[in-house]
Design a protein around this ligand. Structure first.
Ligand SMILES: Cc1cc2nc3c(=O)[nH]c(=O)nc-3n(C[C@H](O)[C@H](O)[C@H](O)COP(=O)(O)O)c2cc1C
Length: 355
């Protein structure tokens, strides 16, 4: 069915097409009679795909990446769409409009997107009230960002404010220091600033006796050496690492839209992010949770990321190109790969290809 709708959607401005998708999902939440229909179409269950990680039950390893539902407007509908987890947000303490439009581009020839959204979201209080309208069986994570107007020295407090506000309502948090669309956010990758951030997060965790896992999401543009320096403080402060967010590099791209500024996502990210994942897996001796994201389009991409050390993966851009049926297809084919190769659990293949 997506094959029929896609040419129409691709005539529209990408953000408009996204807005229409969110509106359609809102309708299914308003008329819940549709929710079982979505589940019937997109959900696939198989015990071989299940994992328990940090006390959270993931029905399958295919998660929705951050940025799709920026203000927790459609989690109940998304929950029916077959994902093993949903990462909502990025959320900032105060509402903000984000960058001027247009700010999202398709790179059709490259199976990629460029976005410079700039953390457009309704703010933490509205997002929380949206989230609280329903209860959920699927793990819900929250991607946390920083307001554009927050003074430089106070930025790490924004993360604490959002985590503190949602601490009883989500299964995990992701501290996002890797969006290229908020000035200086990526400077948290620098040693001193990162150690200050880790200290603030650790203090908060100790003070609140927080038992919700916190992950950190890094940029795809980090060198292996840079990642190597960050791994020790990461493993001491955080519960997992998401590798990796978008890139600002523009290599070997065909589409005219490659000149746009912002973060590039989709197929061109895959090999780079795979390199970061297998390096992190090796350095942490397979003892630290890695979530892989970037350019996953088919089941062989999922298998490759898991075999290189990711325990879970997340997708966004491929949903735009392949449609919502992708999640079910990936899960079904992954289960069949595991069964036909004699594996009893998705856990059995994690890190197998890391030498
Ligand atoms: C339009 C758009 C908005 C995004 N917003 C966020 C965000 O708010 N926070 C975040 O950590 N990542 C954000 N991302 C990055 C995705 O979560 C994901 O890490 C990245 O797109 C790579 O995966 P993909 O190649 O499957 O899209 C966004 C991506 C897109 C395309």
């Amino acid at each position: 069915m997506y094959k029929l709708i896609k040419p129409i959607l691709f005539q529209l401005d990408p953000e408009k097409a996204h807005g229409m998708t969110i509106d359609a999902l809102k309708l299914t939440q308003k008329y819940p009679i549709f929710l079982p229909v979505i589940r019937q179409m997109f959900h696939y269950e198989n015990p071989v795909l299940q994992q328990q990680i940090h006390g959270i039950s993931f029905d399958n390893p295919i998660g929705l990446a951050a940025g799709f539902d920026k203000s927790c407007e459609v989690p109940k509908a998304l929950e029916k769409a077959g994902f093993g987890a949903l990462e909502l947000g990025g959320i900032t303490p105060k509402p903000q409009p984000g960058n001027p439009k247009p700010r999202m581009y398709r790179l059709i020839e490259d199976y990629a997107l460029i976005n410079r959204m700039g953390f457009n979201n309704l703010g933490m209080n509205k997002a929380l009230s949206n989230l609280r309208k329903y209860s959920y069986q699927t793990p819900i994570g929250l991607n946390v960002g920083v307001n554009k107007a927050t003074p430089y020295e106070a930025r790490y407090e924004d993360y604490i404010k959002v985590i503190s506000t949602f601490k009883n309502d989500v299964s995990f948090f992701t501290v996002n220091i890797s969006s290229p669309n908020t000035e200086n956010l990526q400077s948290f990758h620098d040693k001193d600033e990162f150690s200050q951030l880790c200290k603030a997060i650790q203090n908060f965790k100790d003070k609140e006796s927080l038992n919700v896992p916190i992950f950190i999401k890094l940029t795809s543009d980090l060198s292996l050496e840079g990642l190597g320096h960050m791994l020790e403080p990461i493993t001491q402060t955080f519960d997992g690492i998401i590798l990796a967010n978008t890139t600002q590099k523009r290599e070997d791209l065909q589409s005219d839209n490659r000149v746009e500024t912002g973060g590039l996502s989709g197929k061109p990210l895959f090999e780079r992010n795979l390199e970061l994942i297998s390096y992190a897996y090796k350095q942490t001796k397979g003892q630290f949770l890695i979530i892989g994201t970037g350019g996953i389009f088919d089941t062989s991409d999922v298998i490759t990321m898991l075999r290189h050390g990711a325990s879970l993966v997340q997708i966004y851009s491929s949903l735009v190109f392949e449609g919502p049926g992708l999640t079910k297809k990936l899960n079904k084919q992954l289960a069949s790969y595991l069964k036909s190769n004699g594996y009893n659990s998705v856990k059995d293949i994690i890190g197998l290809d890391v030498k």
